[in-house]
Design a protein around this ligand. Structure first.
Ligand code: HEM
Length: 400
């Protein structure tokens, strides 16, 4: 995989793919907030990295200067196709208004509280059967055997595609997000996803079902049918946005509980704390960083940003800002006031947050019910993915 040289000065030459940043970015953000709250790099093009809550949320609300037309944290350095299959990318996430407004409106009802309640039983039985598969052995990879397996199957159900392809979907989504600095893998992931959805679209044109993909294909907006490329992009987005993100949040939460026995014991003893706990776990281990493109030159917080520069929406660092949160570096299971931005802020705020919260809560409830006492396996390494989505990819744990 293409890697740049190790970072020596985080303020002027940062790299979010640097091994230190992927493994443990928290100290780097703390140092930057004090010394240079908006860092810069010229690696992979001129890019800014805000680390303070106030800056990140201000940028998220300024859609005039900060566009979502390119949200990839790692820009694509392969050849762009001349006639792209997705001229609008993955709306609504890669769109500015007005396209953003109506494509978001199409998706939102699918992730309402009421709909999400309807997916809870499926999620719970999925978690139970995954645990059945390894509980007797006394050890598991909590990331690969558990966290990774849950969201992809729930999303497949919502999209109306077969969950027997779960591993294939996961592979494509990892190619697109986790291995985004490898042009071959990135193209492989994009092509795999698009070709798969194009075939599924053909089936639904003839035989519409009651799934999200069918709805997108047969929806009308202002009396006109939705263009196929928009439906395709939105469907691919739901899969891409709903898999790595939630799997990373479940994995990081299990990592926290494996390494903080007091928190683990408290959650087992006081299950009513769970709904607060998942919020603080989401805050402290926020998985998602997005990008924006500067539309016109602007001096932002003394930084001379130029049109075309990239800004990384560092929601994870904003959530660790001591100016915004008391004991920002600690998980406080029953934190009462928690205006975290793990799901973003402003018009692009996560459309699937109800679903993500339900999956995280159910995954932790079922795990703790069956495996209340667990810890990291000695001598085995925990590995993390970074870049656009941060979370553990190998998390060996033991239990009795
Ligand atoms: C813990 C899990 C998740 C986290 C941390 C997360 C985080 C985020 C963030 C930070 C954004 C804002 C992007 C931006 O500002 O550019 C976003 C947008 C979005 N997310 Fe999530 N997400 C999660 C799970 C999901 C799930 C399960 C779905 C459902 C399929 C989903 C669907 C979306 C969509 C469609 C958008 C685009 C919204 C828009 O542009 O208006 N996400 N997510």
């Amino acid at each position: 995989m293409a890697r740049t040289s190790p970072v020596t000065d985080w303020a002027v030459d940062f790299d979010v793919l640097d091994a230190q940043y992927v493994a443990d970015p928290f100290g780097i953000w703390d140092e930057l907030r004090k010394r240079c709250p908006i860092a810069h790099t010229d690696r992979r093009g001129s890019t800014w990295l805000p680390t303070r809550y106030e800056d990140v949320t201000t940028i998220a609300h300024d859609v005039e200067h900060f566009s979502s037309l390119e949200v990839a944290v790692i820009p694509f350095d392969g050849e762009e196709p001349e006639d792209p299959v997705l001229p609008y990318g993955l709306p609504p996430i890669s769109a500015d208004p007005p396209l953003h407004t109506w494509t978001r409106r199409l998706l939102l009802p699918w992730f309402s509280h009421q709909r999400v309640n309807g997916y809870e039983a499926l999620t719970r039985s999925l978690c139970t059967s995954l645990i059945d598969g390894f509980v007797a052995s006394g050890h598991a990879d909590a990331a690969a055997d558990y966290a990774q397996q849950i969201p992809v199957r729930v999303i497949a159900h919502i999209l109306g595609v077969s969950d027997s392809h779960a591993d294939m979907f996961t592979g494509w989504v990892r190619d697109v997000l986790e291995f985004a600095d490898d042009p071959e893998r990135r193209i492989h992931g994009v092509e795999g996803l698009l070709n798969y959805f194009l075939e599924e679209i053909e089936v639904r044109r003839q035989h519409p079902g009651d799934d999200l993909l069918s709805m997108l294909l047969h929806a009308e907006v202002d009396g006109a049918p939705v263009e196929q490329s928009v439906a395709l992009g939105a469907a691919a987005l739901v899969l891409i946005a709903g898999v790595d993100t939630t799997w990373s949040a479940i994995g990081s939460s299990l990592w926290h509980l494996a390494t903080h026995p007091d928190d683990r014991k408290r959650l087992v003893a006081e299950p009513e704390v769970m709904s607060f706990a998942i919020e603080d776990l989401l805050r402290a281990y926020s998985p998602v960083t997005m990008a924006r493109i500067v539309t016109k030159d602007i001096e932002f917080a003394h930084c001379p940003m130029r049109a075309g520069d990239r800004v990384l929406m560092n929601f994870p660092a904003a959530n660790r800002d001591p100016e915004a949160f008391v004991d920002a570096d600690k998980v406080v299971l029953d934190r009462a006031v928690n205006r975290h931005v793990a799901f973003g802020s402003g018009i692009h705020r996560c459309a699937g947050s109800n679903l993500a919260r339900m999956e995280l809560r159910v995954a932790l409830e079922e795990w703790l019910r069956r495996i209340p006492d667990f810890r990291l396996e000695e001598g085995r390494e925990v590995t993390w993915a970074g870049g656009q989505v941060r979370g553990p990819r190998c998390l060996p744990v033991v239990f009795s």
